[in-house]
Design a protein around this ligand. Structure first.
Ligand code: COA
Length: 237
């Protein structure tokens, strides 16, 4: 319990440049308070104390403006920056080292029992006001731009923006950068996807040109062969 609390506090320290001390984090971060409330209400939910669990999550919502359903599963070192207006649905599953900014919704789109909310894998950063709607997976270390509306699966390591969300380009992490991109800011060569596609096309065209040249040379040699033979016969005569 204390280890988990320490990890949650340290997560804030690592990911918010504005945090000055652990004591300040304990006092002034509603995201941390909501996470702590959730860890207790989730434990109650799992022990079938469902009404008490929901009541506790509503108390947390009253104080923090963050609504996390006690049924949601949340991994280690979870960080909610600013908080206010966040909604996490009952069947949402959140991995380790995930960061949410204010106004994020992890919601459902269909009225049906069972899995309705997204699964967020380790290291994902979800920007302010983004909505991730449906029972699909957002892959490891993906970044979701602020105000994006994500309606389908997001591959690992990519950044998506817009409504509906689209990929802006895969990220190349060199390993020398900090492990957390504060605010989802660029930590490597994101690259323009159109330029990458053109680069790939150019490479393919060069490869085809090389193959064509080889074929032409072979063809020329083959078509030269009878002439060379005729010339050789003529010389002998
Ligand atoms: C999506 C995000 C992670 C991208 O960061 P990045 O990799 O550094 O990308 P860039 O800023 O280079 O932008 C890449 C492209 O996406 C566009 N873009 C970036 N963020 C966008 C957004 N939220 N919505 C729509 N388009 C966006 C840029 O205009 C740019 O488009 P272009 O190539 O046509 O010029 C970042 O912009 C973001 O939204 N982070 C969340 C921050 C946040 O919520 N902060 C709250 C703090 S309180």
């Amino acid at each position: 319990m204390f280890k988990s609390l320490r990890e949650d506090v340290d997560a804030v320290f690592e990911r918010d440049p504005a945090a000055r001390s652990r004591f300040e984090i304990l006092l002034c971060y509603p995201g941390l308070h909501a996470t702590l409330f959730h860890r207790v209400s989730h434990a109650l939910w799992q022990r079938n104390w469902k009404l008490l669990a929901r009541f506790l999550s509503q108390i947390s919502r009253f104080f923090t403006g963050i609504e996390i359903h006690p049924g949601a599963t949340i991994g280690k070192r979870f960080f909610i920056d600013h908080g206010m207006g966040i909604v996490v649905g009952e069947t949402a599953e959140i991995g380790n080292d995930v960061t949410l900014y204010q106004g994020v919704t992890l919601g459902g789109v269909k009225f049906r029992p069972g899995k309705r909310h997204p699964t967020i894998e380790d290291g994902v950063v979800i920007g302010a006001g983004a909505a991730v709607l449906g029972p699909f997976t957002v892959g490891r270390n993906a970044r979701i731009g602020s105000n994006a509306v994500v309606l389908k699966e997001v591959a690992p390591e990519v950044t998506v923006v817009g409504v509906p969300a689209r990929v802006t380009g895969p990220r190349v992490v060199t390993g020398s950068e900090p492990c957390f991109p504060a605010y989802g800011a660029d930590i490597g060569d994101t690259g323009d996807p159109v330029i990458r596609a053109i680069d790939r096309l150019c490479e393919r065209v060069s490869e085809l040109e090389r193959k064509l040249e080889t074929r032409e040379r072979e063809h020329d040699q083959r078509s030269d062969e009878p002439c060379r033979r005729l010339r050789a016969i003529g010389d002998n005569d």
